[in-house]
Ligand binder design. Sequence first.
Ligand code: HEC
Ligand code: HEC
Ligand code: HEC
Ligand code: HEC
Ligand code: HEC
Ligand code: HEC
Length: 340
Amino acid sequence: MASCEGPMGPVGDDGPKGDKGDPGTTLGCADCHNSSSPMAAFSAQWQESTHATGGNAAYANRAGCVQCHTSQGFLEYVAEGSTASISVPLNPMQINCATCHKIHQTYSGDDWALTKPGAQTLEVKYAGADVVWDKGTSNQCVFCHQSRNVSPAPAVDGADFNLASSRIGPHHGPNANLILGKTPFELPGTAHPTTNPHSTANGCVTCHMSTPYGYQAGGHNMALKYDSHGTETRLFTGCTTCHEIGSSPYTAFNNKITEAQNEVKGLLEDLEAQLIAAGVYNPTTELANTGNFKANAVLAYLNYNTVKEDRSLGIHNPGYIKTLLSNSIASMETLGYPAP
Ligand code: HEC
Ligand code: HEC
Ligand code: HEC
Ligand code: HEC
Ligand code: HEC
Ligand code: HEC
């Protein structure tokens, strides 16, 4: 049998106080992580945007593409100032907060600063001269949303051209070049307008980052169309400083946009038919056919491709885009391919 234990002894003295810890640097987490910050809303808008959901960071995670399609590739371009040797990341990320803002660098509100704030010299020259985009906070957008260089490209009225790559063209985002009205494949005819009412001081941001509609459009979503109970609806909050919109449902202005876009769609369809007749464009693959073609027919194809890939259907520079297409249509007529 075990014996009982004795009573508990008295409580001992308090031990000595420990050293004060290192106070560390003052962290500004609360500049951003606080309940009145717009961060949660902006994050929700971004999550529904093509920047988040497009999926092409995976598909285009290779040399020649990573600088525009992955967050890591873009930031490496910004750090190195050149696209000569950008690495291909193992875990490619879509464009996100840290692609455009200096998130978690000083851990203060200063980290909202943009990662690419300065003017951007575009890759493609115009009439032999550099083209510079310098429009406020939209400078952040145009390294990615600009034309790719086409080399070799035919000269106006030049010798027949050997179209060697079916993927010849400016790629998907020639937005900046068209807004400035400085695209390289202009054909002779009516003079191209040199002013654009939509070349605004803050560029892309004026229209695409205007007051949002929920998470679906504007703001950090950047889309200008959204689905409203099954109806495709346009966002006008970026247009109201200049255009008379009227009251809901904004029918007159909506019709003006539809008419303007339909006019450009019509020109694109005419030019497409001519390019098919000339054997330059293959409507099944939606790419060019390879082979030898008249120089001006290839230039007309490049103009077609530029306007198609811009996807604003003329809005980015209404007068210039219509002239680019109608001069291309006229050139194809001269080559013996009448517009339908
Ligand atoms: C400039 C504003 C800003 C400051 C200052 C800031 N953060 Fe963040 N933080 C962000 C943003 C933006 C995200 C990403 C949110 C998203 O993806 O929706 C984020 C995400 C996070 C996350 C989630 C994990 C991650 O990395 O995505 C944690 C944890 C975090 N922050 C902690 C902190 C702490 C701790 C501090 C202070 C030491 C701090 N943040 C300071 C803006 C900030
Ligand atoms: C780092 C390159 C990069 C930057 C910077 C960038 N974008 Fe994008 N943007 C892209 C890519 C790539 C896509 C397509 C994403 C995909 O398909 O995965 C895209 C998609 C878009 C779309 C959606 C098109 C659609 O089909 O829905 C809009 C609108 C857009 N960007 C506008 C902007 C604006 C405005 C800015 C500046 C505030 C900007 N972008 C900055 C690369 C960029
Ligand atoms: C100069 C920047 C840039 C480079 C380089 C670039 N892209 Fe893109 N790409 C974009 C932008 C911007 C968009 C979004 C355009 C839009 O939605 O209107 C895009 C869109 C795309 C899309 C979606 C097109 C669609 O119709 O949905 C694919 C696929 C794509 N790119 C593949 C590639 C591949 C593959 C490469 C490399 C061979 C590449 N990109 C190089 C900027 C770039
Ligand atoms: C494609 C580039 C791009 C991406 C991605 C992006 N932003 Fe922005 N953001 C901008 C631009 C450009 C502005 C300035 C808009 C203006 O001038 O009205 C801005 C402005 C802001 C501001 C206001 C900054 C200030 O100085 O007051 C906040 C906050 C912000 N963004 C948060 C975010 C968060 C959070 C994310 C991720 C969920 C994010 N942004 C992703 C381009 C981007
Ligand atoms: C004057 C307003 C305005 C400006 C400035 C502007 N856009 Fe647009 N953008 C539009 C409109 C309107 C559309 C067509 C939307 C539609 O079809 O309803 C469009 C379409 C687009 C598209 C096609 C995808 C989509 O969402 O329909 C992209 C990508 C795009 N713009 C990027 C840019 C970029 C990048 C800049 C700056 C270099 C820019 N835009 C400047 C108004 C503008
Ligand atoms: C900085 C001022 C400004 C902003 C912002 C602006 N516009 Fe315009 N827009 C003009 C001017 C000026 C004209 C030429 C006169 C006219 O037709 O109203 C024009 C013309 C147009 C046209 C007629 C195009 C044609 O074929 O002649 C359309 C459509 C249009 N704008 C749509 C838009 C949309 C959509 C937005 C917003 C996403 C927008 N605009 C934003 C100034 C602006």
